[in-house]
Design a protein around this ligand. Structure first.
Ligand SMILES: Nc1ncnc2c1ncn2[C@@H]1O[C@H](COP(=O)(O)OP(=O)(O)OP(=O)(O)O)[C@@H](O)[C@H]1O
Length: 580
């Protein structure tokens, strides 16, 4: 897939510390974590003080209170620091999700189709969660744990440097083994997340086709197919889990070896009086304390690898080029007297498969123009090219006197109302659906008038909350109602060109008649292009273009085409309209 080299990739540091408040929170988290670490580090030395004071016969109250204070400070500091980091992590995740979703919505339709909606959803849910773990462990805990280990070893060295060498040696061997494991963790997490994306994509696709699956009693077959994808996720997850499960035991082994070696050699040094009992007790406490940060480093590195693999998947989305205004030039000439739409020898292919071949036709500025022709001829593709969902591979398309590539997307799509075959509704209120793409709200009387015009007012008033009813889950509309909603939306727009792709396919004859009246009214002063199979909808059009196999074979009025085009006559005959 093509990527955009100029894209701003996700950088955890920058994304985490965006804004002064975030930086202040981060500083507080670091200070609290440092206080907690320092208090934790001081505790064994204070314990040593308690033992020394006791053996000297002195009071142990003050050092004992300090031990308690250090333990409390360490716990409270690390809890507060953890919470602040969690907040920062959530803030970062919120921004990243917003950014990736906004980017995905601006991708070309073909890119989103090829990526898959389910896979995209997996990226902003599951991958983003993995990235969040990087903040918990990678940003503060990991460096702090490394600092703790270094300081602890330093303090231990003041107690007995030979025992420190024994300790460090054991942990270094364990660390080398863990580093090998971590390498595999990143690779297997990337595989695992990819498999999760495929599963999410497949599940989404199956749910979209749920009624078809049920009608064919194919639930079990579908479940088996999804089961295969789930098994692929399981296999990759197990590979990652196998590797991750090695980390803690390897570090544990390092600690065991260190403990045995330190106790053995410490015993000798104790007997040889090179080491005192309080020093040895403090040394052992430090050794036990060392395990926790060492484990944090090892498991944290594992999570860091997983998070980096997830970040790569989010960056892959951000690197995809959005729909752009690449060819727009200020000097673009707009010919005011030209037809509304001109196709000039346009060719187009889906993934290398040619669909349109030297397609040429014009659409006048006002009046109703119909594109007719056999299924698969390329009619819907032509409409999609006009709104620039895709680009022709050859030839040019001119809209309102200007090459379609020379319009900015905003300007172009503001001038065109496009009603596609899906009659898509957003999950939102009726009002929100009608308002789509408009910044100024319509008043209720305008909405009511338009709903009345398309014959939908009664249906909407019958909904539980009228215009405020949320459409989607429990309050869905019928196919015909959706079609009329899409029509109402087009009527509310002040677009100069209106494109309808099969607007009557789900309408009864009363509503089809109503739609024809609406289209005629629109066509009086705007450009209306309609793709229709039912010739009854379009036989009265001012201009009909016959498209077959990606080429315009004839154009004219219904009567002219009846005379000129054998294919048109055939279409008409098949729909018994010859008398029209
Ligand atoms: N997204 C797509 N990816 C690949 N091929 C496609 C895609 N959409 C359409 N096609 C193919 O392009 C050709 C033209 O399709 P198009 O939808 O433009 O035809 P149409 O004339 O509108 O057909 P219909 O009247 O059945 O809606 C068909 O062969 C179709 O299979």
């Amino acid at each position: 897939m093509r990527t955009d080299p100029t894209v701003q990739h996700l950088r955890i540091g920058q994304d985490l510390l965006r804004g002064r408040r975030a930086r202040r929170k981060f500083a507080a988290a670091v200070i609290l974590a440092l206080v907690a670490t320092a208090a934790g580090l001081a505790a064994p030395l204070l314990v040593k003080e308690v033992i020394s004071s006791y053996s000297r016969g002195g009071s142990i109250t003050a050092p004992a209170v300090l031990v308690g204070g250090a333990a409390l400070g360490s716990t409270a500091g690390s809890a507060a620091s953890g919470y602040l980091l969690a907040r920062l992590g959530e803030d970062m995740l919120f921004r990243i999700r917003q950014r990736v979703m906004a980017h995905a919505l601006r991708l070309p339709v073909s890119t989103v189709r090829s990526l898959g909606t389910g896979d995209l959803v997996a990226r902003i849910t599951s991958d983003a969660m993995l990235l969040r773990a990087v903040v918990d462990t990678g940003v503060v805990q990991l460096p702090l744990a490394a600092l703790t280990v270094a300081f602890t070893l330093l303090v231990m060295a003041t107690l007995d440097w030979i025992l420190v060498l024994v300790t460090a040696g054991s942990f270094v061997v364990a660390g080398i083994a863990v580093a090998f494991v971590l390498k595999g963790v990143r690779r297997s997490t990337a595989d695992q997340q990819e498999a999760v994306g495929v599963l999410a994509q497949q599940f989404t696709a199956h749910l979209s086709a749920l009624t078809t699956i049920k009608a064919h009693r194919s639930e079990q077959h579908a479940a088996d197919r999804l089961g295969d994808e789930a098994a692929a996720v399981q296999a990759t997850s197990l590979r990652a889990a196998r590797l991750e499960s090695l980390i803690a035991p390897v570090m544990g082994l390092g600690q065991q070896v260190a403990l045995v070696s330190v106790i053995t050699s410490g015993g000798f040094r104790l007997a040889g009086t090179q080491l005192t009992t309080p020093d040895f007790a403090a040394f052992l406490l430090y050794l036990l304390q060392l395990v926790q940060p060492a484990l944090v480093i090892a498991t944290g590195m594992g999570r860091l690898q997983a998070g980096l693999a997830a970040r790569a998947r989010l960056n892959d989305v951000l690197a995809l080029p959005q729909e752009g205004d690449g060819a727009v030039t200020a000097a673009a000439v707009q010919r005011q007297d030209e037809a509304a739409i001109v196709f000039d020898k346009v060719a187009f292919a889906y993934a290398g498969e040619p669909v349109l071949h030297h397609l040429s036709f014009t659409v006048p500025r006002t009046g109703l123009t119909a594109l007719v022709g056999p299924s698969g001829a390329g009619k819907s593709t032509s409409l999609a090219l006009i709104v620039r969902f895709m680009h022709p591979t050859e030839g040019t398309i001119r809209v309102l006197g200007r090459d379609v590539r020379e319009w900015t997307l905003d300007e172009l799509r503001h001038r065109i109302a496009y009603v596609d075959q899906q009659f898509g509704l957003l999950e939102g209120t009726v009002r929100h659906n009608l308002q789509l793409g408009r910044h100024q709200p319509f008043d209720d009387s305008s909405l009511t008038a338009v709903l009345e015009t398309v014959g939908l007012l009664e249906d909407i008033q019958a909904l539980p909350h009228g215009l405020e009813t949320v459409l989607g889950r429990d309050n869905d509309l019928s196919g015909g109602q959706r079609q009329r909603m899409a029509l109402a939306r087009a009527l509310l727009s002040d677009a100069e060109i209106i494109l309808f792709d099969e607007p009557t396919s789900q309408l009864d004859s009363i509503n089809e008649k109503r739609l024809r009246a609406v289209m005629d009214r629109l066509a009086a002063d705007r450009t209306v292009v309609i793709v229709a199979h039912r010739l009854s909808t379009v036989q009265h059009a001012h201009h009909i273009v016959m498209i077959a196999d990606g080429t315009a074979t004839a154009s004219g009025t219904h009567r002219e085409l009846l005379d000129r085009s054998p294919l048109y006559r055939e279409l008409v005959a098949s729909q018994a309209l010859a008398s029209g």
